[in-house]
Design a protein around this ligand. Sequence first.
Ligand code: ATP
Ligand code: MG
Length: 570
Amino acid sequence: MKWTQTLIPTLREAPSDAEIVSHKLLLRAGLIRKLAGGVYTFLPLGLRALRKVEQIIREEMDRAGANEVLMPALQPPEIWEASGRAETASNVLFKVKDSSGRQWFLSPTAEEVITTLAANEINSYRQLPKNFYQISLKFRDEIRPRFGLMRAKEFIMKDAYSFDTTDEGAMAAYKKMYDAYTRIFARCGLKAFPVEADTGVIGGNYSHEFMVPAETGENEVAFCEACGYAANIEKATSGIPKTAARDMGPAIEKFATPGVVTIEALSKDPYKVPANRQIKTLVYVADSKIILILIRGDDQLNETKLMARTGAVAVRPATPEECVATLGARPGSLGAVVNVPASVSVFADGRLQGANDMTTGANEDGFHMKNVSIERDIKVTAWFDLRTVSAGEPCAKCAKPLKIRRAIEVGHVFKLGTKYSEKLNATFLDMDGSRKPSVMGCYGIGVTRTLQAVIEQGNDKDGIIWPLSVAPYQVCITPLAVAPDSQAMQMAEKFYAELTARGVDVILDDRDERPGVKFKDSELVGFPIRIALGEKSLLNGEVEIKPRTGAVQFVKIEEAVDSVLKLICV
Ligand code: ATP
Ligand code: MG
């Protein structure tokens, strides 16, 4: 490709709404342009890099035995009603109406479509196992699209779905996808690592996310360097001990705490109740039902765990008015010892199990209670793990301290079981003549997010540092004179033809620009290798070869092609 034939609108400065480096570089290097918030056009270079990521994914999915299909973006709501997700996924669904008034959903994912297909087309154990995948546009009504392609309203996802006759078969399919993902991200030059994950609205009981470490990532991961344990903070547990046991002590005592409405205030003079001896009482609304949550004063509630444990689709803290209506007091004085309506469930974090000599709100503004023994004095509906782990806590597996770091979720694998196959009737006749639901798995990769993660991980002050596998072009030939009869341009054309014939992706910078401008642009776009052709070095029979992150090498003209091929290992 000749530079002047394509469109590479590089920018000196990134638009001010680009906050993170990869978003800035996508714009500055002329890879994408914003049409509206969370909606982007891929320009020629961006699309080339994207197609390379897609191709790596395609090759590895094919290698793992998955079959490529293409499902519609328009999905009838009926299949979502049948799976039960029309409600639960409602907040991300784009809903459109056709001219007859019929409603459609724009595909945010495709479990319902593929399961409907399987219900119609798979009838016998002889047709199983099967795995289908597609690479296609997905639509999600993200409330806060941000960071460019990282969280967009419209993005490209690879989604795969496996169907098996048994649980063991489904586990084997899961493992195959897990291994394929490991290879995919490695081939994209990404240091991605798998972590245990929550299953969220997708459902199922077993899941891993593939994470790329990055300060700008929207996820937090707890991990143990000693034994390799790693989990999304939404799911992570630790071996932190339960609250230290104490003597049961005397009966509960109410005491005045005027104006004290925080854990911290109660831990100070004159009360001096340490946070780890306080029970924090939170009133929440889980799918429109009021519930109480008890957690230790020095712990934080993990809302994802709360949703997972209670099965709620949406949770939020109750308003002060709702707190008063439920318990008769405002936040800061809440407790679960007295005045808890029978209809309100009380979920307590496991770390409080057996705790006594605790202090909690008295459900009366300005009062607390001490000598509370949780199992004696509070009617706990269920004990759950509800707390968020923090750095330094002992690993549950090996007791070494956990670390926490931020990361970008690029892929997600789920073992679904029979949740969708039962609801959408995807059954098969088994060997023994009985009809059973297929055991499913689903596997997603954010293709456009992966592309941006490659840039977030590979860049320096001058621009993008592409891995060869994903670079829009591997080599940029930069003649410093571009007149057709100049030696530099003629030599450039020759290299271009030879390298192209050898299967290398080459771009020839035939712009009539100053060398400085050309060099800056090629560093910004980040082509892995640049061949500069200047009249002076050509007179010496040499060209300049510069790897994006290495030093300039002067190479004899006749050896130049081989040197480049060696650098890119063709
Ligand atoms: P997130 O937690 O980031 O919202 P998710 O868990 O809802 O993502 P999945 O349903 O697991 O997403 O989708 C599979 C993959 O699609 C994710 O691992 C991610 O890489 C990508 N993805 C999801 N939402 C978006 C989005 N809004 N923009 C770009 N990529 C996305
Ligand atoms: Mg996910």
